[in-house]
Design a protein around this ligand. Structure first.
Ligand code: AMP
Length: 190
């Protein structure tokens, strides 16, 4: 089983590139943001707790996310590959993922880090907000999400560089061009 983390700031193209990876490689996709939005829609306990964090652009606490991920992961046992999208977002989540995968006899094979500068991210997210209807795609929340990314999530790059599995990918250009870079990095890790 190939385990791919797709990593980057909000708006860096993780969702778009994940869709193309699913199509080409037949991998399963775990997006913690999508799981949380479904929990909110179904008004579960977790959904109710997550709602305020998401509206503010803050991260949902690690223990809740790690538990949620462990449950989803067990439903993907027979996959030929899994894409982790939007997870991990903190060092404790990165450590928890390594542990969870090791317990299942596998590991993170590659971390695709989509590099896009803040001005472009802001621009993309404002545009997405006009069509997505997402409660957190508004100027104020986007600013907080970018701050959270730089403060809490980007240190994971160093974490993965030290493990020798970070593939830094230029996240600008056409979707197809970016996907070519993504495919090369996946093919190199398999
Ligand atoms: P996303 O769809 O990945 O941009 O996630 C939307 C929001 O869900 C984030 O701004 C966080 O509030 C929450 N969220 C998603 N994934 C995580 C995670 N791994 N850890 C903590 N919060 C998360």
């Amino acid at each position: 089983m190939t385990n791919v983390v797709i990593f980057g700031a909000p708006g860096s193209g993780k969702g778009t590139q994940s869709e193309l990876i699913i199509k080409k490689y037949g991998f399963d996709h775990i997006s913690t943001g999508d799981v949380l939005r479904a929990e909110m829609k179904n008004e579960t306990e977790l959904g109710k707790i997550a709602k305020d964090y998401i509206a503010k652009g803050a991260l949902v606490p690690d223990d809740l996310i790690i538990n949620m991920l462990a449950n989803v992961l067990d439903s993907k046992k027979n996959s030929k590959g899994v894409i982790f999208d939007g997870f991990p977002r903190t060092i404790p989540q990165g450590e928890a993922l390594n542990k969870m995968l090791a317990e299942r006899g596998c590991k993170v094979d590659v971390v695709l880090s989509l590099e896009v500068d803040d001005a472009e991210l802001m621009d993309r997210l404002i545009k997405r907000g006009q069509i997505s209807g997402r409660s957190d795609d508004n100027a104020e929340t986007i600013k907080s999400r970018l701050e959270v990314y730089h403060g809490q999530t980007s240190p994971l790059k160093q974490f993965y560089i030290e493990q020798g599995i970070l593939a830094s990918i230029k996240g600008t250009g056409s979707i197809e061009e970016i996907f070519e870079r993504v495919s090369k990095a996946i093919d190199a890790c398999k």
